[in-house]
Design a protein around this ligand. Structure first.
Ligand code: 13P
Ligand code: SF4
Length: 321
């Protein structure tokens, strides 16, 4: 009997499909993907692909980004229920009311948001490019930042730039415990603490390196001053960390309680079986209403332009279209 991996390979060939996977997926999923990366990389690569079918082994907002940037492509997800607590924490109507309360501000939204929220956003960011994007906003403009308050607070303090923050959070990263991390650090005095900026500031206080998943992976690969790392992010990333640095001792940062809180329940909804089924049936597809899509795309295009060093224009005031 053919293995599920070879079935997936055959189906990819049949449909000329490409599989993208986020670092938080299980290792077996990362290994069948054509490209593995962080959310910025996945948005960038999705746009440049020649393939008519793209399967996003990640969460739905990541698939929506690919669809927004390449509306002509068929975009599949293994499980339509693979959401994100940041998307859930920013319902369109409430976000719109917040945005309308500050019509002169520039609205910056983390890509971890719905297409509807992106449609009332001036520019998106990921945790990889947030600093660069905020620095590109004229100094005299007020900034709204949502939906992740921890990323917003971290960037705001780092750049000394005041921002009005939406009160959302990642349900995975906020569960890391500062108290337990402090105790773990005492037990591993030579370890470097590396953390994703979605962690609470009480945890980030103990971090030696703060960055997006790709930045944390690069630290493990390149920092030869130590081979011990305490990792405060989702545990799917360990798969690539072990590949790039087989000698590294990787210690998971502790969460409150004894749950497997360091696993994103949405990312972990995806399985090889669901990927095979999606490629067989070309379902479930991710589609975005065309009117919404045109508006939402502006915020992603602006983000990609600034990331590439291209100039952008900013609207003077917010108006609902
Ligand atoms: P990255 O942008 O670092 O890949 O993070 C995405 C994400 O969902 C983190 O929880
Ligand atoms: Fe969303 Fe958090 Fe999961 Fe990332 S880890 S997809 S922010 S719930």
């Amino acid at each position: 009997m053919a293995s599920i991996e070879s079935e997936i390979r055959e189906l990819k060939k049949k449909h000329n499909a490409v599989i993208l996977a986020h670092y938080y997926e299980d290792g077996d999923i990362q290994d069948v993907a054509d490209h593995v990366g962080d959310s910025l990389f996945l948005a960038q690569v999705g746009k440049t692909l020649d393939a008519p079918v793209v399967l996003m082994a990640g969460v739905v907002f990541m698939a929506e980004s690919v669809k927004l940037l390449s509306p002509e492509k068929t975009v599949l997800v293994p499980d339509r229920r693979a959401g994100c607590s940041l998307v859930d924490s920013s319902p369109y109507d409430k976000y719109l009311a917040w945005r309308q309360a500050y019509p002169d501000a520039i609205c910056v939204s983390y890509v971890n948001s719905s297409a509807a929220v992106k449609s009332i956003t001036d520019v998106c960011v990921t945790s990889s490019n947030a600093e660069k994007i905020i620095n590109a906003i004229p100094k005299d403009r007020r900034i709204l930042f949502g939906p992740d308050r921890n990323l917003g607070r971290y960037i705001s303090k780092k750049l000394g730039r005041e921002m009005i923050l939406w009160p959302g959070a990642c349900e995975v990263h906020i569960l890391f415990s500062a108290k337990k991390l402090f105790e773990l650090k005492e037990q591993h005095p030579n370890a470097l603490v590396i953390a994703h900026p979605e962690c609470d500031e009480t945890v980030l206080k103990y971090a030696d390196v703060i960055g997006a998943t790709s930045r944390l992976l690069a630290e493990v690969k390149d920092n030869k001053t130590t081979n011990e790392f305490i990792v405060a992010t989702e545990d799917g990333i360990f798969h690539q960390m072990r590949k790039v640095r087989p000698d590294a001792v990787l210690v998971q940062a502790p969460a409150e309680g004894s749950c497997a809180c360091n696993q994103c329940p949405y990312m972990k909804m995806n399985t090889l079986e669901k990927i095979r089924n999606a490629l067989q049936t070309l379902e479930p597809q991710v589609n975005v209403d065309p009117k919404l899509s045109a508006l939402a795309r502006v915020s992603l295009d602006r983000m990609l332009a600034i990331t590439d060093g291209r100039p952008v224009e900013w609207p003077d005031r917010f108006t609902v279209h």
